[in-house]
Design a protein around this ligand. Structure first.
Ligand SMILES: [Zn+2]
Length: 365
């Protein structure tokens, strides 16, 4: 090889390396589904039904039925019974953060440990303990990642949110952000309603919710599903709410059954995504919760808020083509405020907000 050939050779290798590096940073993700389950404890996610609550007649109507459904002596078997999609699919192909028994910790950075501050932190990437101090229906002064993404030409009209709780239009500041939010007892008001949407609108009137400000998650789920099929959003936020309300009610059986149904809802969404060309192998799910709940004393499982010890402990799950299968083997300290920048990173946008938590690095490799 003469000198010139040698130089060309080296140049080609260098160019090759640069291309490889650039390709390595190329996202496969083009769509993100952000999903939350209100106040589902990491304890149930990582070890299934709690032995002391499972058989307590104060919290469970039919303890035999509940044992049949969710009990096993082995914690790994128990959690599979509770959330089979999480423990078959996400645990083998995705990532699960927050198993404190394995030294993987996820915490809120807000010091409130209830819903609005938690959703604000997830959606904006930072806590705001000065302005977000209640669950009141106050239009969020902070811009969420949904609003940020919707502000980009290529995503305009491709961001939407569905929630069971009627405060979401305020958390997302629907009026300012122009992100469509269907939450609480809102009906679908699209121009062209599908048969299913017409039926859901009717059914929502006919099936009373046990609560005044939260609808049953089936409505949120099916409204979101119809929207997904019609409008192909690139960033879809679905906020399921039942788990928190059943817990406040002290209904441990319903709390578990709701977690199980939501696991099934998420599985359905994933199956749709993986059978649809726009989404298949190009979509990342990030699933998390707004706050934890107590463990001590026993009845603290019903509650959260900063008077409840450790209610700021949460979890995050990631499933998608840019996040290698790490299962629950993710030791370290992570924060709720890292979700927003991770969503932006996955969509190849720079969410340049200094006070926002950094990208969840382990989810990008
Ligand atoms: Zn609550």
């Amino acid at each position: 090889m003469n000198w010139n050939n040698y130089k060309n050779h080296v140049l080609l290798i260098v160019l090759g390396l640069i291309t490889l590096t650039a390709c390595g940073q190329q996202r496969k993700t083009e769509n993100v589904f952000l999903i939350t389950l209100d106040g589902l404890r990491w304890q149930e996610l990582f070890s299934g039904a709690d032995s002391s609550l499972n058989s307590d007649e104060d919290y469970v109507e039919n303890t035999n039925e509940l044992k049949e459904l969710f009990w096993a002596d082995d914690a790994e078997e128990r959690r599979r019974k509770l959330m089979p999609f999480f423990w078959s699919k996400i645990a083998t192909e995705g990532q699960l953060y927050g198993n404190r028994w394995n030294n993987s910790k996820v915490n809120c950075t807000n010091n409130m440990w209830f819903s609005y501050p938690g959703y604000n932190e997830i959606l904006t990437g930072f806590s705001d303990d000065v302005r977000i101090t209640s669950n009141d229906k106050i239009p969020n002064p902070n811009q969420t990642i949904l609003e940020f993404v919707n502000g980009h030409e290529e995503f305009r009209g491709k961001v939407a949110a569905f929630g069971s709780w009627d405060v979401f239009p305020f958390i997302i500041n629907e009026e300012r952000s122009k992100v469509p939010v269907n939450a609480g007892f809102e009906k679908s008001t699209d121009n062209l309603l599908t048969e299913k949407e017409i039926f859901l609108n009717r059914l929502q009137d006919d099936v009373p919710s046990p609560w005044g400000s939260v609808r049953l998650d089936a409505f949120t789920h099916h409204y979101a599903n119809e929207y997904l099929r019609k409008n192909n959003p690139k960033l879809l936020y679905i906020a399921y709410g039942e788990t928190d309300d059943f817990a406040h009610d002290g209904a441990y059986d319903h709390y578990l059954k709701s977690a199980r149904r939501t696991d099934e809802f998420i599985k359905e969404l994933w199956q749709y995504v993986q059978s649809t060309p726009q989404y298949k192998d190009k979509t990342t799910f990030i699933i998390t919760t707004d706050h934890g709940r107590g463990t001590e004393p026993k009845e603290a499982w019903k509650h959260h808020g900063n008077k409840i010890h450790n209610a700021g402990e949460v979890w995050i799950a990631v499933l998608g083509p840019d996040s290698s299968p790490k299962g629950e083997n993710l030791p370290g300290q992570y924060y709720q405020n890292q979700v927003a920048k991770t969503v932006a990173w996955l969509l190849n946008l720079d969410y340049d907000v200094d006070k926002a938590g950094k990208v969840l690095e382990t989810a990008t490799q």
